[in-house]
Design a protein around this ligand. Structure first.
Ligand SMILES: Nc1ncnc2c1ncn2[C@@H]1O[C@H](COP(=O)(O)OP(=O)(O)OP(=O)(O)O)[C@@H](O)[C@H]1O
Ligand SMILES: [Mg+2]
Length: 256
């Protein structure tokens, strides 16, 4: 491991992420290249995938924006991954934000005005949207317009700015905290289930191929049973097991 900058961190460690107080090591996504890019590589969740694949094909054939998609499920099951896959499969761009980052209506307005026809806008943690932002979003989702107030007091007036037809993908781990007017505006609602052991085994095999690590079937079984139905945990355990296999007490001697 080299530290060319002399800062004590190897090049690949996201220094800003580590020093960020909001940094959650559980979500450390140095597994970026493990994230599937296409629906075919997204393993498990068969029913969800089948439905979504069909809706995307239909929208593509009609050359329309896909209806808004609501992704619901516990952490680490693939919501963010699927949002990017939707944009990839629809061959469109994906604008990404999360509800806590949208402090003022102008933050959302700034994003809405950059959307193109059939763009995907991914908003993570939608249960944390502020009421004023939700109000703006309702009109944008339903009428593809942005209600904007200019001026103040009695001189204030509202102008409506058109927004191109786009697809909002909202994700949450806490569906019960999302207001029903917002939920009802998502035409497609997809709920993630915890993964079966065989599905996790397939994910572990795929990840180990990408990482270039050979893994025995018994180890795949052990990891998949220890992953609590969650691909993020499976990938994390795989990377730690790889570390042990490389330099742990049972590692094969290596030429230095
Ligand atoms: N179906 C899948 N097939 C293969 N890998 C997957 C799948 N789902 C998730 N993963 C892997 O698990 C990791 C975590 O998934 P992701 O970040 O999409 O979860 P999330 O549901 O958005 O979690 P959070 O709620 O914490 O944001 C991904 O980086 C990806 O490598
Ligand atoms: Mg996520």
């Amino acid at each position: 491991m080299s530290c060319p900058d002399g800062d004590g961190f190897a090049d690949d460690i996201p220094v800003s992420g580590v020093t960020d107080p909001a940094y959650d090591p559980d979500k450390d996504d140095r597994e970026g290249n493990l994230r599937p890019q296409r629906l075919a590589d997204f393993l498990g969740q068969a029913r969800l995938k089948e439905n979504l694949g069909l809706f995307m094909t239909a929208a593509r054939e009609r050359r329309e924006a896909l209806d808004h998609v609501f992704l619901i499920g516990p952490p680490g099951l693939g919501k963010t991954t699927l949002a990017f896959i939707i944009a990839n499969e629809l061959e469109t761009d994906c604008k990404v934000t999360s509800a806590p980052a949208l402090e003022k209506p102008k933050d959302l307005a700034g994003i809405l005005t950059t959307l193109r026809e059939r763009s995907v806008l991914f908003i993570d943690e939608v249960h944390r949207l502020k009421p004023a932002i939700e109000e703006l979003l309702y009109i944008a989702m339903e009428d593809y317009e942005l209600d904007w107030i200019i001026g103040q007091g009695p001189a204030a007036r509202t102008i409506r700015i058109p927004v191109p037809p786009f697809t909002l993908v909202g994700a949450t781990t806490k569906a019960g905290m999302v207001s029903s007017p917002l939920v009802s505006r998502f035409g497609i609602q997809l709920r993630f289930d915890y993964y079966e052991s065989e599905e996790l085994a397939a994910i572990i095999r795929r990840s180990s191929t990408i990482l270039g690590a050979r893994i025995e079937s018994s180890a795949v079984g052990l990891l998949s049973r220890s992953s609590r139905g969650t691909p993020r945990i499976a990938n994390r355990l795989l990377r730690r097991m790889r570390d042990f296999a490389q330099v742990g007490p049972l590692a094969r001697p290596r030429a230095l």
